[in-house]
Design a protein around this ligand. Structure first.
Ligand code: CAA
Length: 465
């Protein structure tokens, strides 16, 4: 897309006098979570910042967010006191647009409403020098539609930062068919100066990152509202199972449910596919003002730090692992693995459903529903599926698959089984198998022997959160 803006702007001058190094002062308009973060990023890079909020309460709030972020960095030993003071000294809080007159670049970071953004662009047009670059941090609106509000749309560009702005490295530099040649490159150079990685894009719904990310987040909400799994477990599946830094529901709260809704609406309007249609829960929570961390409540509750999910399932107390298990599988490797692990943990395993046992465990597989196997056992209330993606191993995700008929006790018992195999039992099982079969794979590792001797477990007690 890089050449599109340039190719269609034939009438504009092709040289550009703007160089990133000449950008010494920027105005950040809007000091919400993102605006405060972006102001911090500029100031950390040695650039003077006019932090602008016309509402004085919002200005104070934004400056507190920024101060808290710098203090946290200092507490963590990432900033010395004099550095904090220098960074803070580069930021000038301002309550009127006229203060932005000296800015070489002004970026708006106000709520995702086109009419507000267009008003801000018009104000900036009025006060900023004709050479200044005007940028928008919009995550969902058309940069072209915003630029069109400016008398000089050729100097308007998208600079889309990610949340938390001081941490996330990507900046999407979005040009329109109106953007003057040289402006995207200057914005990209500036992003590099900030220690970020720019990507140059055309103006398309969701740009790139949100077009990829939001359908996934939306899907996670649908899983939550259809009772597929509880919130904590959906997030655990993403962090422990896929290795993402944060689960999708926690990420929605970080981004803001209102922002996420706006992005999805734009994607749905542009592409029309049902996967972009916002999950009803997203609309309800947004309408209820539960917009995420910034509001203290979203999918999770941050007010009392208890992180209570919007649903309350899956938070049962830890219960005892079973001593006897009926194992049902399809004779595949997953079943054999599970049988081996149960035996190693000192649990009596039978394949005969008629034998009374504490639990019926179904070796679950992705394409095989658990319910038929649970029904075939004759004790569906005691039956739960267990699936360990990637095989059994320390630290792996264990998916406990409940059916509509599974009792809470059976689910908790399976969770306890997955979480607490008991090093001493595992050690004894492995020693016995090593003695019987002599395979090196059964030789108990030293760490296991140490944990067994010390009476220490490997996993947290209770369902993984
Ligand atoms: N502001 C400033 N710094 C922050 C911060 C914040 N809000 N949150 C965390 N940090 C810093 C911490 O100070 C810490 O810094 P050091 O390593 O220098 O000490 C570092 O980030 C790691 O933080 P923590 O140890 O507290 O926590 P963590 O390791 O769990 O990381 C996280 C937290 C960085 C948020 C991480 O969970 C993460 O990367 N999550 C995914 C975030 C993500 O995907 N963001 C993109 C969202 S999409 C978007 O924003 C676009 C849009 O338009 C919707």
């Amino acid at each position: 897309m890089r050449g599109v803006g340039r190719a269609l702007t034939g009438g504009h001058r092709s040289d550009c006098s703007v160089a990133a190094m000449e950008i010494r002062e920027v105005a950040v308009v809007g000091l919400g979570t993102m605006g405060a973060g972006i102001a911090e990023v500029f100031a950390r890079a040695g650039i003077s910042v006019i932090a602008l909020e016309v509402d004085s309460e919002a200005l104070n709030r934004g400056m507190s967010v920024l101060d808290a972020s710098l203090s946290r960095a200092m507490d963590r030993g990432k900033l010395a006191a004099h550095q904090q003071a220098e960074i803070r000294g580069r930021i000038r809080p301002a309550a009127g647009f006229s203060e932005a007159a000296a800015a070489d670049l002004a970026i708006e970071v106000v709520p995702e409403r086109l009419e507000i953004k267009r008003q801000i662009l018009a104000e900036l047009d009025r006060v900023c020098s004709p050479d200044a670059i005007l940028a928008t941090n919009t995550s969902s609106l058309s940069v072209t539609a915003i630029a069109a509000a400016s008398k000089h749309p050729e100097r308007v560009i998208g600079m889309h930062f990610f949340n938390p702005a001081p941490v996330m490295r990507l900046v999407e530099v979005v040009s329109t068919v109106l953007t003057r040649a040289g402006i995207p490159e200057a914005a990209a150079d500036l992003a590099r100066r900030l220690g970020k990685t720019p990507v140059l894009l055309g103006d398309r719904a969701g740009f790139v990152a949100n077009a990829l990310l939001l359908p996934y987040l939306n899907h996670a909400l649908r899983l939550l509202e259809t009772g597929y799994a509880c919130g904590a477990d959906i997030d655990t599946a993403a962090t422990v199972g896929i290795g993402l830094p944060m689960g999708p529901l926690a990420l929605l709260d970080l981004i803001g449910l209102d922002t996420s809704l706006s992005v999805l609406e734009v994607l749905a309007a542009e592409f029309g596919s049902p996967r972009f249609t916002p999950a009803p829960l997203l609309r309800r929570l947004t309408a209820a003002g539960r917009t995420g961390r910034k509001a203290g409540r979203g999918i999770y509750d941050y007010v009392d730090q208890s992180v209570a999910a919007a649903d309350q399932e899956g938070n049962g107390a830890a219960s005892a692992a079973p001593d006897t298990v009926t194992l049902i599988g399809s004779g595949d490797e997953a079943e054999a693995d599970l049988a081996g692990a149960l035996a190693s943990a000192g649990i009596n395993v039978t394949r005969n459903a008629a034998h009374p046992t504490d639990l019926v465990l179904v070796a679950a597989a992705a394409a095989r529903p658990v319910l038929p196997a649970a029904l075939s056992s004759g004790r569906p209330d005691q039956a739960v599926g267990l699936h360990v993606p990637g095989g059994l191993g320390e630290g792996n995700l264990a998916e406990v698959v409940r059916t509509r008929l599974s009792s809470e006790a059976a689910v908790e018992s399976t969770a306890a089984l997955a979480c607490r195999p008991g090093p001493a039992k595992v050690l004894a099982g492995l020693q016995a198998m090593h003695a019987a079969y002599g395979y090196p794979a059964f030789a108990p590792p030293l760490l296991l022997a140490e944990h067994a001797a010390a009476g220490l477990g490997f996993a947290k007690v209770g369902p993984a959160h």
